[in-house]
Design a protein. Sequence first.
Length: 541
Amino acid sequence: MAGLESPVDYPSLPLVAPESDYGSDIDDDAVATLLSGAESQPSVETVLVSIEDPVLQDAPSTVRRSVRFQRTRLDEVVEDCKTGKPMHGLKREATIEIEYDERNRVAFSPTRLADPEATAAKEGEDVAPEQPGDDPRSPLARFRRTPKKPLSVTDFVSPAWCEQQYWYSLSRYGRVKKTPAMRKGSSVHKVLEEQVHREVRVEVKTREDAFGLRIWNVIQGLRTLRATGMTRELEIWGFVEDELVNGIVDEVGTTCPDEEAEEKMLSAGKTKVKPLEANQQTLLNFLASSQNGAPPGGDSSWLGTLHPPLKAFYITDVKTRQSTALPGTGSRSKPVHIQLMLYHRLLTSLSQNEVRAADVFARYRLNSEAMFSNTFIAEITQLDFNMPDNVSSADEGEAVFESSQDSMSELLAHNSLTSLWSFMIEEFARTIPQASTQSRPSPISPLMTAEYRLRSTGALIGKRSFKYQTEVIEPYLEDAMHWWRGERPTRGVEIEDAFKCRMCDFAEGCSWRKGRVDEGIERARLRRESLAEAGRKKSEV
C-alpha cells in the first residue's frame, strides 16, 4: 500500500560539501567494505536517464524527416460519456514500431540485479573516463550551449544519484548511454502511452515545422486531459535561473493516484481551531447573520461555498524495475523526488503563462514569425481526431477535439510559432484554470506519485507519494546550477552511499572514489596511531 513519503530525508547527499570528518560515524571495517565494493562485485550496467541528442539539427530544407505526432483515440470516450462511466479504460491498439524518445525514463534502483544483455554489451569496452578539470569550460558551456540542446529535467535528476557519474557520462558520450535495460523499460511506457495516444508520422520541411508539431502535440495532450481526465507524455518548458529546461511528464490526471496519501497530506496541513464557547460565534457567521437579518447560528447564516472548488490535477511518473520490491527511501529516492518536483515547478509556470516564449524560440534558434510550410499544414489537417459532435458533453458543452477542417482553420489562424504558442497557452487556461485569488490553492496538486512497475511485464509493484516542497527543490536547483556553471567542483557520493559504486561503469577510474579511499585509509592510519600512542602512555603510567 502506498503512503506519503517525505522528500527531505537526504542526510547522505548534502547540498554543500561537508566540512566535518568524513564518515566519522562509520568504523574502519565498514569503510573498507564499502569502498572496496566496486572492486569485489561484478560490474552491472548503470540505468540512467537517456538524454536527448546534444546537437540541434539544421533546417531540413528539401529533406523531409519524420516527427512523432500524438493522435488521440476516443472510440470509447463517447460511450463513457453516455453511460457516465469513468473515462480511464481507453481501448489499446497494437503497438506501432517507431523511434521512441527515452528522455526522463529511469528507475533509480540500486538493488537491481545484473542484466545478462547489458553485461554482454559491455564486454570489451575500455572505460577511461575524462577527469573533471581536464577541460576548463563549465559543464553548461561544454554540453548545453548553442548549438547543443538546452538543459533537460534529466540534467538535474541524474546528478541527484551521483554527480560524478553523470559528469563521466557527459564527458565520454555527450549524453547518457542507452542500455538494454532502458530499452526494456521504455516498452512499458509505450504500452501505457498507447492507452491514451497513438502515434503517426508527419512530414515536416523546416525546423519551425518540427517545433510547431511539438507545440501542437501539447495542445492535443491538453484536449485529451479535458476530455478523458488523463494525458500522457506532456512536453513542458520552463526556466531555472534563466536557463531553458525541457521535460516530458509521464502522466497528468484528474483522478488522485493515492487517496490515502492525499488524506494524510490534507490532515497534516489543517490548522487546529480552538472550539468556541456555546455563546460565541465566528466573525464570518456573525457578518452573514447580520446581512441576512437572521439570528446568529441560524441556517440562513451559512454563506455556502464562496468559490466553487477547483479541479485538481495530479502528476505521476512511471518507473520500471527489475526487482519486485520498491526501492529504498532516503538518497535512493532522491532522484525521483527531484524529478517530480521539477515537473511540478515547470508545469505550474507554463500553465500560468510565466514562460517567456521569445526566449524559448531564441534558445532553439527558431524564427518565431516564420509561417509553417504548406506540407506541414496539409499533413496535420489530413488527420482524423475521431471526436463526434455528440461528445461535447465531455467538456461542459465545448467540443474538445476539432474536425480536420477545424484543425486547418486553427493552424491557418495561428500560422507561426509565436501565434501557436499563444494558442497553447489559451488551451492551458481552458484545461488547468488558475485560481482567481491568491488565497485559493493551485489546481496542480502538491501530491506527486511515483508508480513502480515490473520491467519485464509492466505489472504494478507499488506506489510512493510525497508532497511538493519549495524549500527542498529550490535550494537543490540553485546548487545544481552552481555545478553546471562551473562555480563548484563535481561531487561524488558520500560514504553512506558507496553501494552505488558497485553499479557504476566508471568506478575503476573515478577520481572521487579514489580520493575517498585514500582519505579513509589515512583516517584509519591516524586512528591506529592515536590508539597505539594512548596505549603506550597508559602502560608507562
